[in-house]
Design a binder for this molecule. Structure first.
Ligand SMILES: Nc1ncnc2c1ncn2[C@@H]1O[C@H](COP(=O)(O)OP(=O)(O)OP(=O)(O)O)[C@@H](O)[C@H]1O
Length: 648
């Protein structure tokens, strides 16, 4: 079934030509609007939509190619297909289905074309030796509620088996077999002249074409129903009248079956007539994935046949409601894809989707590979690093090259002998010391203090030694320590965002080329915590030392005590305060929410707001900036600074 349509039966409506013997030519009751795209028609101002709508001018060839040829292709692939003609008497059902004999090739109907087509394909398959496929055909009719085997030795003796399982199947090997089969079947079929049709079929005919191979047995049913007729209009009496009644009974029962199925009933009245009993096997599977069905509804252009025409269109509309469930559609597609040769499938949407999926997967893999995220890339990088990892790397060697970096990058590295870019504090302290030569003592004190802080409290990322665990975080072994110091790119403890930012900064700036010493907030969280712990430990140790050296023995010291309470000398007190401010600022800049909450005067809410401001600003440059934040109502900053000894 084409597309993703859920309709189990495809419906086509075909208009019959004018019946000459009705005399006066009147306008047709059926209109084919130009906007309909060959899929809808208008009768009595009601528009009906179907899969195809053919005016009387459309020939047999078009109908065959549109409706039946796709079914032939499916039958060869192992699907069960049914094409059924339904409509009023004299509207061209037998003509369309090819059960009326004709000499002109353009008037050949479905049956001879199908048989011929199947035989051609099977012969081609035999020539290509792609399988041993055989074709058989059976021809039965249901007349007066009895089934007859038209190809059997006694065509006018009713069959016993209700479902006609044991009917005669003639093998079809050549085109000549085909002709003899058609002559035999149509010749045995009961036909009678009525007021409405000179050769009206008095029975429902079912031709089944079997295609048998070693792997499947598919069938194609071509059903030509007798025409519905008003018994009075036919002008028949006696046997002919009874024929008409039985014909209508069969049509009524097939109508009821289709209606029940469309309404979703669980009990379907198949046994109401022989026609539905015989067709039960096919109708039952109409929504099955391996069944493809076409209904050709034939209608008359005459106004006198209007009620019959509307009845036929109603039947078509009911059949349109038979739905495949989406699972069946998906399975049918899969089945079709599995049975279609791969060459034919290459252009299908599934193949295209698969191609794109594969393409995007390749792209993703390539990107991951370029970023060094794939195991292979990691391994390669490790091997390269091992090659370059020198126990004897001399960091003073300016020709030292770093794996994976361009020369220009190398040129932007800090000059040899300078272990990393000095921290901002370091540089500030040095500049102060350099600029204030007239105050040597103070400058020296500041420098001493700054140096001591840079050694103990201010931890430059470059001076960090990643732990062995941290070295493994990125999946790439770290370089030798000297290299790590020189090559900040490979520092796995620096956040990836910071590393990338550094890369872009180096690319776009022509400054010293050194990686800007980002604040420690760019360090990984584990590293920051380790630093805080390290700093607090060293601060305690330092305070202990200074206490022993300067504080009177009787004074107790606690961490919250200020310099005043320790009676420090002014320069020492000032240095202590600078140190303390720096430590505190570090804590504010690097502490997580939990660490911030441990600071006296900071609750969960303040900690959260503080961290939000910190993320917005990057980090706090000094305590004045913290003080200026709109989170200290009233005198809360005073209380906060007091409790944390931030004031002298
Ligand atoms: N599209 C058509 N083009 C040319 N002739 C047609 C067309 N449709 C029907 N006819 C002619 O109309 C006449 C009646 O057609 P046919 O016997 O196929 O009708 P029917 O629906 O099978 O009737 P019944 O149900 O009584 O058997 C035939 O002579 C047939 O050639």
């Amino acid at each position: 079934m084409e597309g993703g349509k859920l309709s189990a039966v495809r419906i086509a409506v075909r208009e019959a030509p004018y019946r000459q013997f009705l005399g006066r030519r009147e306008p047709s009751v059926v209109e084919f609007p130009p906007w309909s795209d060959g899929k809808s028609l208008v009768v009595e101002r009601n528009e009906y939509h179907f899969d195809h709508a053919y005016p009387s001018t459309v020939g047999q060839e078009v109908v065959y190619q549109d409706l039946i040829q796709p079914l032939v292709e499916r039958v060869i692939l192992g699907f069960q297909c049914t094409a059924l003609a339904y409509g009023q008497t004299g509207t061209g059902k037998s003509y369309s289905m090819g059960m009326a004999s004709t000499d002109k090739p353009e008037h050949l109907g479905v049956l001879p074309r199908v048989l011929s087509d199947i035989l051609d394909r099977v012969s081609a398959m035999k020539e290509n030796r792609t399988g041993n496929t055989q074709v058989f055909a059976s021809f039965i009719e249901i007349y007066n509620e009895k089934a007859y085997d038209l190809l059997g030795s006694e065509p006018h003796v009713p069959m016993v088996a209700a479902r006609c399982h044991r009917c005669t199947c003639l093998p079809l090997n050549r085109q000549e077999d085909l002709q003899s089969l058609l002559n035999l079947g149509t010749g045995n079929r009961r036909v009678r002249a009525t007021n409405l049709n000179a050769s009206s079929s008095r029975s429902h005919a079912v031709v089944t074409i079997h295609v048998k191979s070693s792997t499947f047995h598919s069938r194609m049913n071509i059903v030509d129903l007798a025409g519905s007729e008003g018994v009075r209009r036919t002008g028949h009496e006696g046997v002919a009248r009874q024929e008409g009644v039985n014909i209508n009974l069969g049509l009524l029962s097939i109508n009821k079956v289709v209606m029940s199925m469309a309404a979703g009933h669980t009990v379907i009245p198949y046994r109401d007539s022989v026609l539905t009993t015989v067709l039960q096997a096919y109708i039952n599977k109409i929504t099955h994935r391996t069944v493809v069905s076409y209904l050709l509804a034939c209608i008359s252009p005459h106004r006198c046949d209007l009620s019959e025409t509307l009845s036929t269109l109603r039947f078509g509309t009911s059949a349109k409601k038979l739905r495949l469930n989406p699972m069946q559609v998906a399975r049918r597609k899969n089945l079709l894809a599995a049975r279609t040769p791969s060459m034919l499938r290459v252009n299908s949407s599934t193949a295209i989707k698969r191609h794109f999926n594969q393409h995007s997967a390749n792209m993703l893999h390539r990107t991951r590979s370029e970023l060094g995220m794939t195991p292979k890339a990691k391994k390669r990088a490790r091997e390269l690093l091992k090659l370059e990892e020198p126990s004897s790397i001399d960091i003073s060697d300016s020709s030292l090259s770093f794996v994976g970096f361009q020369d220009q990058d190398q040129q932007r590295m800090p000059p040899p002998g300078q272990p990393g870019q000095p921290s901002s504090l370091h540089s500030t302290a040095v500049s102060v010391a350099e600029g204030e030569e007239d105050e040597p003592e103070q400058a020296a004190a500041m420098e001493r203090s700054a140096m001591s802080m840079s050694m103990s409290t201010i931890v430059s990322p470059i001076s960090l030694r990643p732990s062995s665990i941290q070295q493994e975080i990125s999946g790439i072994q770290a370089l030798g320590e000297s290299c790590v110091e020189q090559c900040p790119w490979s520092r796995s403890h620096v956040r990836r965002s910071a590393r990338l930012a550094n890369i872009f900064a180096v690319d776009t700036s022509d400054t010293s080329g050194a990686i800007p010493q980002s604040s420690t907030s760019n360090l990984r969280r584990s590293r920051r915590l380790a630093e805080i712990r390290e700093r607090s430990a060293s601060a305690v140790a330092r305070m202990e030392t200074s206490r022993i050296a300067t504080v009177r023995p009787q004074q107790s010291t606690t961490q919250s005590e200020g310099p005043r309470s320790r009676n420090l000398d002014p320069p020492a007190a000032e240095a202590w305060m600078v140190n303390h401010h720096r430590c505190f600022l570090d804590m504010l800049n690097n502490g997580g929410l939990r660490e911030l909450q441990k600071i006296p005067g900071i609750g969960p809410k303040t900690a959260f707001t503080l961290s939000m401001h910190r993320s917005r600003l990057g980090c706090f440059n000094d305590l004045d900036q913290v003080k200026g934040l709109p989170i200290w109502p009233g005198k809360s900053w005073d209380r906060f600074s007091q409790v944390n000894c931030l004031d002298l």
